[in-house]
Write a protein that binds this ligand. Structure first.
Ligand SMILES: *Cc1c(COP(=O)(O)O)cnc(C)c1O
Length: 393
């Protein structure tokens, strides 16, 4: 393979070698069914229990509050659909935000088609949820508040402690999509009053197709997959043992390296943000500078199309993204960038670069040079830019 500079870690990450090593024995050596009576199946059962314990420990939760799923999308779907159904006697109103991942937004739309009412909160120009709007949106019929821990596009970290407190004061269930935050920022479910939390393996150097949903004890929740008795009868199906083992190992690694790793990423990321802002004219950084995921950089370059920039970066072996992974391929500007108040033509010129544990200074330097060169090249071809220059000369 040709040289690759991978700066799309918010879309997915490399499975860490330590994680692969931990998983391997559970394919061909310990392949027993965890539900079996014989001791050999017990090996799988023990491995699942260990992973559950590890994850619970990191969150300050109990083992039996962690339910393994097939990833972030499934966890989000489960949390929302099952809570809506279980609490419909109390009411039919759900509060979320305009900047959620589509796994939340599209599930909310589905629930609306089933008679639920959803309030989509605005965010400020940095992408932070407006707490006064949240308070004002609460009704006697509100059964669930779901706000993401950190945004996948612009990296803004939401005021989760405050939202948790408001939800608790009103006796409303609080779910957070922590797919981007888990492994990047410390999370304690009791301190933050979180009742349900979604996370995904492949966003934290674990395998794809595995995740979990934390469900606080006492929360009424329905089974999501009916069948066998796995996951305390709530999510049937023979367990993805290698995946669960990998997720447990990835979570353990992420927690133990968090301080050092994120400090390094933050420093490199700030270097990237500052240099691009300084060296590329007509550029803005999207999202909060203060409350931001350590590995996220998101820019808008005026007068150009983000898609063209991505294609030309790709020709240099640099992987980035514009909008979220799911919206790539569509030409609509990102709903997140529109929600922070950017006009369409600016939102179109966006670039997200997300660093990983292995990202080097050399890679960042090379990327900055490439961005400078390509943006200048694209602007030369841009009629918008030509107009602008004419008007201002
Ligand atoms: C990636 C992502 C998801 C979806 O997770 P999958 O494991 O890919 O299904 C959900 N929410 C957020 C914020 C994400 O970044």
């Amino acid at each position: 393979m040709k040289k690759l500079i991978y700066l799309d870690n918010a879309a997915t990450t490399r499975t860490a070698p330590e994680v692969v090593d931990a998983m391997l024995p559970y394919f061909s050596e310990y392949y027993g069914n965890a539900s079996a009576v014989y001791d050999f199946g017990g090996k799988s059962k023990e491995a699942i229990a260990r992973a559950r314990e590890t994850i619970a420990g990191i969150l300050g939760a109990k083992d039996n509050e962690i339910y393994f799923t097939a990833g972030g999308s499934e966890s989000d779907n489960w949390a929302l659909k099952a809570a809506a159904e279980a609490y419909q006697d109390k009411g039919n109103h759900i509060i979320t935000t305009k900047i959620e991942h589509h796994a939340i937004l599209h599930t909310c739309q589905y629930l609306e088609s089933r008679g639920f009412e959803v309030t989509y909160l605005d965010v400020d120009e940095q992408g932070v949820v407006k707490l006064d709007q949240l308070r004002a949106a609460i009704r006697p019929t509100t059964i669930l508040i779901t706000v993401m821990f950190a945004n996948n596009e612009i990296g803004t970290i939401e005021p989760i402690a405050e939202i948790g407190r408001i939800a608790r004061e009103h006796g409303i269930l609080f779910h957070t999509d922590a797919v981007q935050a888990f492994g990047q920022v410390p999370i304690h479910v009791d301190e933050l009053n979180i009742d349900m939390l979604s996370a995904s393996g492949h966003k934290l150097n674990g395998p794809k197709g595995i995740g979990f949903l934390y469900i606080r004890k006492g929360v009424k929740i329905r089974s999501f997959v009916h069948g066998g008795a796995q996951e305390r009868k709530r999510r049937a199906g023979t367990e993805n043992v290698p995946g669960i083992v990998g997720l447990g190992r990835a979570a353990e690694l992420a927690a133990s390296t968090m301080e050092e790793r994120t400090a390094r990423e933050r420093e490199l990321r700030d270097y990237l943000l500052d240099r691009v802002l300084r060296e590329v004219p007509f550029t803005r950084v999207n999202g909060s500078r203060a409350n931001r995921l350590p590995n996220n950089a998101n820019f808008c370059f005026q007068f150009i199309e983000g898609e063209s920039l991505l294609i030309m970066l790709d020709m240099k072996g640099i992987c980035g993204s514009s909008g979220s992974a799911c919206t790539s391929g569509s030409l609509d500007p990102s709903h997140v960038l529109l929600a922070i108040g950017l006009p369409h033509e600016i939102a179109h010129g966006s670039l997200r670069l997300t660093l990983g544990a292995d990202t080097t200074k050399e890679e960042i330097d090379e990327t900055i040079e490439a961005v400078k060169e390509i943006v200048a090249q694209l602007r030369e071809m841009s009629p918008l830019y030509e107009d602008y220059v004419k008007k201002h000369n």
